[in-house]
Design a protein around this ligand. Sequence first.
Ligand SMILES: Nc1ncnc2c1ncn2[C@@H]1O[C@H](COP(=O)(O)OP(=O)(O)OP(=O)(O)O)[C@@H](O)[C@H]1O
Ligand SMILES: [Mg+2]
Length: 291
Amino acid sequence: MVGVPDGAQELHLVDGRVAERDTSPPEVRAAREPSTPGDTLLEMRAVTHRYSEYSGIEDVDLVVRAGESVALLGPNGAGKTTLMKHVNGLLRPQSGTVLIGGEHIARRPVWEIARDVGMLFQNPDDQIFNRVVEQEVAWGLRARGISAMDASRAALRALGELGIEHLAAENPHEITASQRQLVAFASILVVDPKLFVLDEPTKSLDARAAEVVAAAIDRRLSRGAGVLLVTHELDFARRLADRSVVLVDGAIIWAGATEELSGDAQLLASARLVDRFGRQGGRCGRYRAPR
Ligand SMILES: Nc1ncnc2c1ncn2[C@@H]1O[C@H](COP(=O)(O)OP(=O)(O)OP(=O)(O)O)[C@@H](O)[C@H]1O
Ligand SMILES: [Mg+2]
């Protein structure tokens, strides 16, 4: 991209119109104040799932409590999606156990686990199948026996919360990838799950849309939901996650307060995390032994 002198205005498109943009770096919000976690919503104990000798996840322990958000960080191919798919039963452990709300999910079918766990897939196209946005968002409620009128009303509310109610009548396959991402997120918000499992919820979103998503997550956290989220953006992890877990080559190499992670350059490099300007963030810090 061509550089813009300090203080200059850059032209770009907003909703198809040319607009001016202040090129000063966006304000990075303060890190989240740690919340007081409640009951355990998710517990993974020594979960192993290997596709081959070199890929999968190994001996993963992870806890998410009510009112708490945990960021799952790590390079491409680390096993983040594999781990997430164990939370809603799409993948089952080869060894180890997964508990939701203190109960083993080994014998629960995926559709039933979905009552407690709202999963946003890494690729929203994997979960969108209706031909009208409003129906797509309402579908989860209709499947629970909610009337068409009530489900539609709730769907419009969820779309409104994300600022995309104007897309209600569109075909989800004829809107942009970032809009589809928001539609998929709305379809999870609408069913109000106890636990949100979000695989790169801000992928392809601009800063404003990412903040809309973050604010919606914040509201659920304050009502006692738990959140496990994958992100490659350090700012987003700091904004939302009290704790972070770093997964490399299928194993958790670090777990702790997200604030601590932000100051550890070597760990940030291991997780291949970036800030909004594409730099690996944080000041220099000493690498801590994995725990
Ligand atoms: N269904 C599958 N069959 C065989 N190997 C798989 C399968 N799914 C994932 N893998 C492999 O397992 C490893 C972990 O993949 P996974 O998708 O969990 O990583 P990830 O951390 O989510 O990566 P990304 O950041 O690119 O989304 C990779 O080496 C991947 O190629
Ligand atoms: Mg993934």
